[in-house]
Design a protein around this ligand. Structure first.
Ligand code: PGA
Length: 343
């Protein structure tokens, strides 16, 4: 049925659909060359085709369009009015194809492109640094970075909002996502530097039951990990407040509102001494790990694949920064635990 209908269709009643089915890019290319060069022979030479092939392509195109495209004038050919119209369209189509070719080759060589990254709040301090180094190497790539909690990252992943994610521990049974283990993400218990527990070692978790605990918002991976740890050890925390940002939590600790668990990554700037200190509490640091994750059913773009490899190369630097932060906190604690030197 469809074939009969198709055979009966003409260029005037079939419109673009008819042309798409019956013309070829090769025919358009041949017509363009003949018009530009003013000769079938020269067009054949330029396209490395035989002259009969060129004539055949033009005949098929003219049949499809239902109108002659060239007329003989003496020894040369010139396009008819219809031929001129087709020529104008051909130039647009072929021009746009050659632009596409340039754009694709730019993409292949990573001269241009776009990277959409979704990261956990705990990676907010690390991701911009890696992106900065990446953009130095590939300056033509536009980057968008979304920072949000574990639950929202999972939603973004399901909705395919970004190319790649830095997330926590993926569910083991989730075979729809591809995961690459990335840097460690230790959760540490943080207090104000003058908190009485700062100088104590091996603090049992039960000792924290009487402390005001500041928790992240529901949906946060840190919150889940901390509550799970308290439950596992049978300790009931005294939750003083919930805050939706790691930065706000740091300010609340400094403000004397309580203690909280944070990723050591989010404390690198504070590690050199100052208003925050780590508590040596049973079960802390809670050792977690980030993962680079993407949806298995969707092919990773070249830019995203390149970023993934770049981030893996950068990982030792992230680890080193973490070790430095831990060492700096340890030094500060030691300094404060030594009795004052006699004058
Ligand atoms: P989040 O981060 O608390 O912002 O969800 C969790 C994590 O680092 O695992």
């Amino acid at each position: 049925m469809a074939d009969t209908k198709d055979a009966q269709a003409t260029v005037s009643d079939g419109g673009a659909e008819y042309l798409i089915r019956h013309t070829t890019l090769r025919q358009l290319q041949v017509l363009e060359a003949i018009c530009r060069l003013g000769s079938f022979t020269r067009a054949a030479e330029e396209l490395f085709l035989s002259q009969p092939t060129v004539s055949m392509q033009i005949k098929k195109l003219a049949d499809t369009l239902g109108t002659p495209l060239f007329r003989q004038t003496g020894r040369s050919v010139e396009p008819t009015d219809a031929g001129r119209q087709v020529y104008a369209s051909c130039r647009e189509i072929l021009g746009s194809l050659s632009n596409l070719d340039v754009k694709l080759s730019d993409l292949k060589q990573l001269r241009r492109g776009r990277l959409r990254l979704g990261v956990l709040t705990t990676a907010a301090s690390v991701a911009p640094e890696i992106l900065g180094a990446f953009c130095l190497r590939y300056p033509g790539i536009d980057v968008s970075l979304q920072v949000t909690n574990r639950e929202h990252i999972a939603e973004r992943l399901r909705a395919h909002d970004d190319d790649l994610y830095v997330t926590g521990q993926p569910r083991e049974d989730d075979d729809e996502i591809e995961t690459t283990p990335f840097a460690p993400n230790p959760l540490v218990m943080v207090a104000r530097a003058d908190h009485p527990l700062v100088q104590e070692r091996d603090i049992p978790l039960a000792r924290l039951a009487g402390e005001n605990l500041i928790l992240r918002e529901p949906g946060s991976g840190i919150r889940d990990a901390v509550l799970k740890h308290f439950t596992a050890l049978g300790v009931q925390p005294q939750v003083r407040m919930e805050l939706g940002s790691n930065e706000a939590i740091k300010h609340a600790i400094v403000g004397g509102l309580g203690i909280s668990a944070l990723s050591l990554h989010s404390l690198t700037l504070e590690s050199a001494g100052g208003q925050l200190a780590l508590l040596d509490v049973e079960g802390f640091p809670i050792m977690r790990r980030w993962h680079l994750v993407y949806w298995r059913g969707r092919e990773l773009s070249l830019v995203a694949r390149t970023f993934l490899d770049f981030a893996m190369e950068y990982e030792p630097e992230v680890r080193a920064r973490l070790a430095e932060a831990q060492a700096a906190f340890d030094r500060t604690r030691l300094k404060h635990s030594r009795p004052e030197e006699p004058a």
